[in-house]
Structure formats: C-alpha cells, structure tokens
Design a protein around this ligand. Structure first.
Ligand SMILES: C[S@@+](CC[C@H](N)C(=O)[O-])C[C@H]1O[C@@H](n2cnc3c(N)ncnc32)[C@H](O)[C@@H]1O
Length: 278
C-alpha cells in the first residue's frame, strides 16, 4: 500500500497576516488626523500646535506622523497595552530617524494618570473614551485631560452616530487592497442595549484565499451622544466645545472640508469631531 505523505499544512493568509498592519491600513489615516488637528487648533488660537498628547495611542502612528511634520513638534503617546506599544516601537518608531524618534515619548499607563508636561493638543481617537461607561468616569477623565493641556489647549475626539450605527444586523464591508495580497475589512456592529447604551463592535479581516481573522479587535463600549459629551466637557471645566462636521456638496457627497456646526444633516451614519477648548 502506498504510504501517505505527511504534508505540512500550508498556512492561510489569515494565519500569516499581522493584525496591526491590517488595522493601520484599514482604520487609520494619520495624515488626515494632522490636517484636522492643525485646522482646529489654528481656528481656536491662530497658530500651529507644537505639542501633542495622544491618549489611547495604540501603535502611536499619529505621534510618529506628528514629529515628522515639523522639527519643533513633540509627542506623548499613552496606552495601557504593552504588546500594542511594542508593535508601535518596532514598526512605527523604527521608521523615524533618530532625531525624530527622540521627540516621541511613549508611556504604558492609564490615560487618567496625568503625569506628562502640558501640551497644546490632546487627541483621543477612534471612540476610545467610550470605554468609560459611567458619566462620572468620563468627567474624571476629561478633568485629567483638561489639566494635561496648556492654557491655549484643545482636546479633540472623534464620534460616530446615525440610525445605522445602532443596527446590529449590519456589518460594514470594505475592500482595503485588491489582488492576492489584498484583504477586506469588516466592521461588525454586534450588540446594542437600548436601556444602557452598552454596545459591542468587532473588526474582522478576510483575505484573498478566503481565510478570516475573526475578531482581530473587539470593543465593548457605551454609545455616547454628541450633546452628552459636550455637557461632560463643560462639567470638566472646558470653556466651550465645538463640533466639526464634514461638509457635503449638492449631490450629498463628502467634500473633505470640515466646519464647526450647531446643526447637521441627519444622515444614516456619520462621523464628526468634538473639540473641547480650554
Ligand atoms: C480603539 S483603540 C484606539 C487606538 C488608536 N488610538 C487609534 O486611533 O486607532 C483603544 C486603545 O485604548 C487602549 N486603552 C483602553 N483603556 C485604556 C486606558 N484606561 N488607558 C490607556 N489606554 C487604554 C487600548 O489598549 C487600545 O490600544
């Protein structure tokens, strides 16, 4: 009888993939973040911001882009997760030259530890503060953020909303890169409890060979609304808050132009920035 060959199983693309590479390619756009940081700060104080604190920084791609953009700029990245920070050191910080890298400081700690020098701009991106589910927890965090800012200081966060964001049957699917090395990004809105506004979201990646990296990232948050966040900013001491909304053209297409607004179109799903002015 012919002997069965003991062939080693070939690894799938999902097994070979790096979840942080996929995340950075599908979720983050540090260049765009810097544009909005510059605009918002300039509209508040008429100058370029120089120091940044990136709370919940993950792989601190934004800090790295920040110091590259201006030789006077410094950045602090704060995150609790050692593995994520290490990936950022090996892949993002390593791409900077020595002088640029010397202007980035990364701290493995809770964002509520307020032990960095004060900065011009504090960013908390990708809905990260939604991890705080109680009003008092958010206000306490905003108070620390306020104290982390210079007198001419701005705190900036992104927010999402619209009726589609509460629909737990929806998975938003997007092709990130085509071809054999390409992959799809899936944003699954898995759970929403209307009584507590507790919600869960998952990020999955699907590859050209059909393999999947399921729940590469998962988030269990409170779904905060824009007016709630503005009220909490005021309670924490911010003198005012602004909401930056992307402008649409006559056909309802996004223009890439963001303006502070007090009313906006009730789209099925939207993203905006909330800015606390010190
Ligand atoms: C949604 S990710 C955002 C990553 C990055 N800011 C971005 O825009 O893609 C949330 C990050 O917050 C970190 N995190 C969660 N709670 C934290 C806390 N209390 N203090 C510091 N970091 C925290 C997690 O480790 C994770 O890296």
């Amino acid at each position: 009888m012919a002997k069965k060959k003991n062939k080693a199983k070939k690894a799938t693309l999902a097994e070979k993939a790096d979840k942080f590479v996929c995340y950075q390619k599908s979720v983050q756009s540090p260049e765009h973040e810097l544009e909005i940081f510059n605009q918002v700060y300039n509209e508040a104080y008429g100058r370029r911001p120089l120091s940044l604190r990136e709370d919940f920084c993950g792989t601190f791609a934004v800090c790295c882009e920040w110091v590259k953009s201006d030789e006077e700029r410094t950045a602090f990245g704060i995150d609790l997760c050692p593995d994520t920070l290490q990936w950022g050191k090996d892949h993002n910080l390593a791409k900077l030259d020595e002088e640029q890298a010397s202007r980035v400081t990364v701290l493995e700690q809770d964002v509520r530890a307020g032990n960095t020098p004060t900065v011009d701009l504090l960013a908390a991106q990708n809905f990260s503060f939604w991890i705080f589910k109680k009003r008092q927890e958010v206000i306490d965090y905003f108070k620390v953020a306020y104290n982390n800012l210079n007198d001419e200081g701005v705190m900036l966060m992104d927010m999402m909303g619209g009726k589609e964001c509460y629909n737990t049957t929806i998975t938003d699917k997007r092709k990130v890169k085509k071809g054999k090395k390409g992959f799809d990004y899936h944003w699954e809105q898995a759970y929403f409890n209307p009584v507590t506004a507790d919600c869960s979201f998952y990020i999955h990646f699907r590859f050209a060979d059909g393999s999947k990296m399921k729940r590469a990232f998962e988030y269990h948050w409170r779904f905060w609304t824009v007016p709630e966040v503005r009220e909490m900013l005021a309670e924490a001491g911010f003198s005012k808050s602004l909401v930056y909304w992307e402008q649409e053209d006559d056909d309802g297409e996004d223009t890439g132009v963001w303006m502070a607004e007090e009313t906006a179109i009730n789209n099925d799903s939207w993203l905006c920035y909330i800015v606390g002015i010190k």
